[in-house]
Design a protein around this ligand. Structure first.
Ligand SMILES: Cc1cc2nc3c(=O)[nH]c(=O)nc-3n(C[C@H](O)[C@H](O)[C@H](O)COP(=O)(O)OP(=O)(O)OC[C@H]3O[C@@H](n4cnc5c(N)ncnc54)[C@H](O)[C@@H]3O)c2cc1C
Length: 393
């Protein structure tokens, strides 16, 4: 699984499994789950358990931990394939794929032995990362001017954590969490925060609100609440005060996965637009025969192909950093894919005319989903600023 532009046999087999999974398990349920009013009812354990049965849930774990050892490029392809069927399902899995990658590289040997076999065996094992707080969000991508509000005091053999995180993907569903906690309040989040490994049900760690989102509804996002939650030293990931290094060193492909998620939505919108343009007759012929529509479809195709190439390059270089990785590949591919998806969403609606605005035609769900990644994994503007910071140090 080393090449960028040619699918090898393993990649083909994995993608075929994923295509069958979404056809049989996700596509038939996505619209009705999305329509539920209560966000808790939008989530399906059956889908997660089926992904487990097929080996998809654990595919980024190395073989020694029961996974397939799938590389970052193939993971990005899988994430896009999932998102073509439903963005929420793709996000549930993409978070789990990427955090599993971080965990098996960043955890120490004792932590790996303690956590990974249980995660691999649990059909409902999902993973989450808790960084964002009500008062500390974009800052962690940019200037790090302040400490995180979620902080810990030293206490016999560990830390006592108080505070909260918000908007966390898989927040109320995960079995394991990586959480950024301020362990030195005299410093900023840049050099005073530590990455803690937490488990569901740990005393003092509860779930707050489950957010009622506009789109990406098959995934849940929630608040994580810490009230005198004791975390032993054995659960410190990496070094105390170095939470940033855990993500920067061990997961450069995160942004590419986020881009692949929203790109899958763009592809679904494009395919819907083509289907409609072939079927809808106005001016005496199918609208796909009108030049304006044809040119728009051509441009949509160009945007999707260019965005996918960018994502694939970033994902491949994440595993081969010595071949020309640069820091902008950890910020810009998602920003581009989100812009592409948003543009294609408006064009897909336009091509559908008034029908695009009527829920029964299915464009509306995709438009809500396409909006998610204008903000998720960093607001696009923030990511452009971060890229510029990396470019002009
Ligand atoms: C669907 C979804 C899933 C998410 N999942 C997770 C998750 O799993 N884990 C997690 O930790 N977080 C998660 N987040 C949080 C996400 O990363 C934050 O929402 C994001 O970083 C933006 O934070 P904010 O919404 O508070 O915006 P703010 O930081 O308040 O930004 C508001 C606006 O101000 C702009 N801005 C901010 N600072 C500057 C500046 N210095 N200069 C110029 N403009 C600036 C921003 O670009 C934006 O336009 C998720 C969010 C969403 C929507």
């Amino acid at each position: 699984m080393e090449k960028m532009f040619v699918l090898d046999g393993d990649q083909r087999a994995i993608l075929e499994t994923v295509t069958r999974f979404v056809r049989d398990e996700v596509t038939p349920r996505a619209a009705s789950l999305d329509a539920n009013k209560n966000p808790l009812d939008c989530f399906s354990w059956e889908i997660v358990e089926k992904a487990h049965e097929l080996g998809i849930r654990t595919m980024t774990l190395d073989e020694q931990w029961g996974g397939l050892g799938v590389d970052s490029l193939t993971t990005a392809m899988v994430v896009e394939e999932l998102a073509k069927a439903d963005l929420g399902v793709s996000v549930i899995m993409a978070q789990t794929f990427k955090i599993a990658q971080i965990m098996q590289r960043a955890l120490n040997p004792a932590q790996r032995k303690r956590v990974l076999p249980g995660f691999a065996a649990d059909p409902r094992g999902l993973l989450a990362i808790g960084n964002t707080e009500p008062g500390n969000a974009s800052d962690r991508y940019l200037s790090f001017p302040v400490p995180f509000a979620t902080s810990a005091e030293r206490a016999g053999g560990g830390w006592v954590v108080n505070g909260m995180k918000q908007f966390i993907s898989n927040g109320n569903r995960a079995s394991h969490y990586l959480v950024a906690v301020q362990t030195d309040r005299q410093k900023t989040m840049a050099d005073g925060a530590t990455c803690f490994l937490l488990e569901r049900g740990q005393p003092g760690f509860t779930i707050g609100r489950v957010h009622d989102k506009m789109g990406e509804r098959l995934a849940n996002n929630a608040e994580l609440v810490f009230q005198d939650c004791f975390v032993p030293d054995a659960n410190v990931v990496g070094e105390v005060g170095k939470f940033r290094a855990v993500y920067a060193d061990f997961l450069p492909a995160s942004n590419a996965y986020a881009g692949a998620s929203v790109l899958g939505v763009a592809v679904a919108l494009y395919e819907k637009a083509v289907e409609w343009a072939k079927m809808r007759v106005q001016g005496g012929k199918p609208i796909i025969e009108h030049d304006g529509i044809r040119a728009q479809l051509g441009e949509m195709r160009m945007l999707i192909d260019a965005s996918r190439s960018y994502i694939h390059r970033a994902a491949w270089l994440a595993d081969h950093r010595e071949q020309g990785w640069d820091a902008t590949l950890a910020t810009l591919p998602k920003a581009m894919a989100a812009q592409v998806a948003w543009k294609i969403a408006t064009w897909c609606m336009e091509i559908h005319g008034g029908h695009g605005y009527m829920k029964e035609f299915g464009v509306e769900k995709l438009v809500r989903d396409a909006a998610a990644f204008l903000h998720s994994d960093g607001v696009n503007r923030t990511l452009f600023l971060k890229a510029a910071k990396d470019m002009f140090r």
